[in-house]
Design a protein around this ligand. Structure first.
Ligand SMILES: CC/C=C\C/C=C\C/C=C\C/C=C\C/C=C\C/C=C\CCC(=O)SCCNC(=O)CCNC(=O)[C@H](O)C(C)(C)COP(=O)(O)OP(=O)(O)OC[C@H]1O[C@@H](n2cnc3c(N)ncnc32)[C@H](O)[C@@H]1OP(=O)(O)O
Ligand code: NKO
Length: 368
């Protein structure tokens, strides 16, 4: 095992990474709070500033994927559509199978220059999460309670506010509404059967209301739907902890650009359109599981240095005070404190090794 590889599995390194993420996140949340008076004076400037501040948080996680774990991201798409990515507003529809699929989404956002402004229809609970949830408040992320009677009005209102958003953005929708498990799949296929819809093998039955309300309220602002299907090579099941341990994965993303004009405006037609799209997505996943690839040519958008530069900046800024704190602990702490800290680090490293290295090549349990 190389020295760098060994370093990546050390619990102490993981502690430092999480410390930098949390402390810098809280600092940035505070800076975002300081922009509140600006919203009343110059709203568009406040939005632009908040996009940059949000980038400083989300790009740290992207840097962990790209530079620390070295995960590769390949894109299957046609070259004509490729030219438009990052240059227009889009609704992104993504399958939800992996713990890290949002992070792969963010990585593509970073490579096409829309990471700071990227948006999602997220569950309300995430709004209260420190750092990311608080950052989202200032990014005007759309939250839902997954109770349509309440969401119908609030989601539409939040979407309408994006009509004059000054930066290009991608709006992510996990239409399945939750992460794939066998149990949820079984239940949702019972719903499909009751509704007379064809069964899906790799996806849950999509919830159509969120997509229809999004298409309706972003019309005129958004020009396309990016139908995106994500999978990982060699049946890998990537996790955040695996990435923190420096484990390298290979993501394949298949993206079809569909002009928003071709999505029906009528609600029931729009719902039927989405169901048909998910049947097609299921076929792409079937092809991937048979052949190990999606249709069409592969392009790999290059990683950019900015995420790494931002990360190194925060490491530089925050690790010095941490070292001083540790030195103070060593000088003033009892032998018991020092020994128990070392034991904690070693235990954490052993557990981390199991998570990062133990699952290599493991079959995905949810794929039949
Ligand atoms: C070039 C590169 C391209 C792409 C790069 C990729 C991505 C990058 C883009 C952006 C990145 C940005 C950010 C990413 C960062 C982080 C994201 C992290 C986390 C967010 C994840 C979440 O929070 S997911 C959960 C929240 N989101 C959703 O739920 C969205 C989907 N849901 C909906 O749309 C719902 O309709 C709703 C929430 C609006 C309302 O839900 P509710 O349940 O109240 O109503 P429904 O209408 O959905 O339900 C009733 C109908 O559903 C039928 N039913 C019942 N049971 C089921 C079932 N098990 N499955 C399916 N359907 C069911 C029921 O019969 C009702 O049917 P009707 O016919 O009466 O409608
Ligand atoms: C630099 C890196 C430092 C690492 C620190 C780790 C930070 C953790 C960031 C968490 C990111 C939040 C993303 C949440 C994704 C999520 O929660 O999706 C919810 C969906 O599944 C549906 O949920 P449900 O239907 O309720 O199961």
């Amino acid at each position: 095992m190389g020295l760098l590889r060994l370093l990546k599995t050390q619990f102490l390194c993981h502690l430092i990474i999480c410390y930098v993420f949390l402390v810098s996140g809280i600092i940035i949340n505070f800076l975002q709070l300081c922009t509140l008076p600006l919203w009343g004076i110059n709203k568009q400037l406040a939005r632009r500033v908040n996009c940059r501040l949000a980038y400083c948080i989300s790009s740290q996680m992207v840097a962990m994927l790209e530079w620390w774990s070295g995960t590769e991201c390949s894109l299957y798409t046609d070259p004509e559509s490729y030219k438009l990515y990052g240059k227009e507003n889009a609704i992104v529809i993504l399958n939800h199978n992996f713990e890290v699929d949002f992070l792969c989404g963010w990585t593509f956002c970073e490579r096409f220059g829309v990471l700071g402004s990227s948006k999602v229809l997220a569950k309300q609970e995430l709004a209260y999460m420190p750092v990311i949830g608080w950052m989202w408040y200032f990014l005007e992320i759309v939250f839902c309670k997954r109770k349509w009677e309440e969401d119908r009005r609030t989601v539409a209102q939040s979407l309408q506010r994006l009509q004059d958003y000054p930066e290009n953005f991608w709006f992510l929708l996990y239409c399945e509404g939750t992460r794939f498990t066998e149990k949820k799949h079984k239940i949702s296929m019972e719903v499909a059967e009751k509704k007379g819809l064809p069964k899906l093998k790799y996806h849950l039955l999509p919830r159509t209301k969120g997509f229809c309300v999004t298409a309706q309220n972003l019309r005129g602002k958004v020009t396309a739907v990016y139908d995106s299907t994500l999978n990982f090579r060699n049946n890998q099941t990537p996790t955040l902890l695996g990435m923190l341990n420096g484990k390298k994965y290979h993501a394949d993303l298949y993206v079809r650009r569909i002009p928003l004009d071709s999505v029906p405006e009528d609600e029931s037609e729009c719902a039927a359109w989405l169901h048909k799209l998910y049947q097609e997505k299921d076929e792409f996943q079937e092809q991937y599981s048979q052949t190990g690839r999606f249709p069409g040519p592969i392009v790999t958008p290059p990683r950019r240095p900015w995420a790494l530069i931002n990360w190194l900046f925060w490491v530089g800024l925050l690790v010095c005070p941490l070292c001083m704190l540790v030195l103070q602990l060593i000088y003033s702490g009892s032998a018991f404190t020092v020994v128990s800290t070392v034991v904690l680090c070693l235990t954490g490293t052993e557990e981390g090794k199991e998570e990062g290295g133990g699952k290599e090549g493991g079959a995905k349990s949810h794929y039949c």
